[in-house]
Ligand binder design. Structure first.
Ligand code: FAD
Length: 374
């Protein structure tokens, strides 16, 4: 297992728990990558209203249940079912109502609150009477570093090996199989199967095996506020998302207004972000941020990459955005495919060979597309 972030730790744990012999390698310390700098929100609203390819939509419905099961298997205080307040402007009401109706039909408990009901749940949030708030009760957040710590402890206690400062720098190959990973100190680690869970470094691991797997890398700033007593839910507002943090403050990501359909917007500085959110959370007015960090989102074009290419069957990919929420799912999928020999149909749109089958869209020269656009 290459990479001990959220995804690699979940996959290593599940493979081990299902009977495999597992060695988890990390270039530094487990949990110090993107998983340490994530909003790590667990929610079905609005996600379950999105139009998704059928495999992913089917799997999404099982994500929360996997965390409930994990809590019984792996001790630790890493999942917080705090509920979410989805807060929006008046002009967003219709869209929020529409998506609430869709997810409610799929069994998700989401209810529109009056401003007074919302103020009672989050007394620190300054709401205008015409703003809208929806409450999704069965949602919450994950403490990324804590879940990795808990999984790694459980892996070690079950006899799995976890190697820190073990950076994979290449592979040894025999025909159509990888036989060993080479570490930076010259050590060889042999294996029947290698799993690429290296997050934003996953393209490099792929390249070491002569595979070209693209990834978009989108940095996101997370700012940690001073302790705040009046917010206990995840708050997903029109421009920022905040969740309680184990430090007692909030972890906040400012992502731009509703017009910004893609990831990418960020506050210029941590102080600017605190000043901005203090207009809605007056308890934070005049306070300084405690710290700020930047997580690099690894976003494979077209969605998660799960599985292996047919011409190199023993390099299995588990690379996705949303890797805090989806981590347990990729663990179960890897166990079913690598240990159970199944070909899980829900993963069929996520296979890495899709990058080799794409029709050529841009013409003979890369700059054709620029010429057409202008
Ligand atoms: C601002 C922000 C908000 C987010 N919000 C959410 C959210 O609400 N919900 C959600 O589910 N997700 C969210 N995400 C995404 C989520 O955090 C990531 O998808 C997840 O953390 C990725 O986990 P990972 O294990 O793939 O990667 P990482 O945590 O980065 O782990 C990869 C590991 O691989 C190791 N590694 C790299 N190269 C090598 C090598 N050569 N050899 C050995 N080891 C190596 C690294 O040291 C690292 O520990 C958010 C991300 C950001 C930045």
């Amino acid at each position: 297992m290459i990479g001990a972030g959220s995804i690699g730790s979940h996959v290593a744990f599940r493979l081990l728990e299902q009977g495999a012999e597992v060695e988890l390698l990390d270039a530094s310390e487990p949990g110090r990558g993107t998983s340490s700098s994530s909003i790590a929100w667990l929610s079905s609203y609005p996600q379950m209203s999105w139009r998704e390819e059928p495999g992913r939509a089917k799997l999404r419905a099982g994500v929360h249940g996997m965390f409930e099961r994990l809590q019984l298997e792996v001790p630790g205080d890493y999942v917080h079912w705090s509920g979410t307040l989805m807060w929006g402007y008046r002009h967003e009401r219709e869209e929020l109502q529409r998506s609430a109706a869709v997810v409610r039909e799929k069994g998700i408990d989401v209810r529109e609150l009056s401003a007074d009901e919302a103020r009672a749940l989050a007394p620190g949030l300054r709401l205008l009477d015409d703003e809208v708030v929806f409450n999704e009760t069965g949602s919450g957040w994950v403490d990324g570093p804590a879940v990795v710590r808990a999984l790694v402890a459980s892996i070690e206690s079950r006899g799995g090996r976890v190697r820190r400062d073990a950076q994979v720098v290449g592979f040894e190959r025999a025909g159509e199989r990888l036989v060993a990973a080479r570490l930076q100190d010259g050590t060889r680690v042999e294996g029947d199967v290698f799993v690429n869970a290296a997050g934003s470094w996953a393209s490099h691991i792929a390249a070491m095996a002569d595979l070209a797997i693209p990834l978009d890398l989108i940095p996101g700033r997370l700012v940690y506020t001073q302790p705040i007593a009046t917010v206990t839910h995840v708050i997903n507002g029109p421009e920022w998302c905040a969740r309680p943090d184990p430090s007692g403050g909030l972890a906040v990501h400012w992502r731009g207004g509703p017009q910004d359909a893609t990831h990418g917007a960020n506050a210029r500085s941590a102080q600017e972000l605190v000043d901005e959110i203090a207009t809605a959370l007056p308890e934070l007015a005049g306070t300084a941020p405690v710290r700020s960090s930047i997580g690099i989102r690894a976003i494979p074009p077209g969605g998660p990459v799960v599985g292996a290419v047919p011409w190199l069957r023993n390099l299995y990919f588990t690379v996705s955005h949303g890797g805090i929420g989806w981590g347990p799912m990729w663990g179960w999928m890897a166990a079913r495919e690598l240990l159970g020999g199944e070909d899980v149909w829900e993963l069929s749109a996520m296979r890495p060979e899709r990058f080799y089958l794409e029709p050529i869209a841009i013409g003979r020269y890369a700059d054709d597309v620029e010429q057409v656009a202008r």
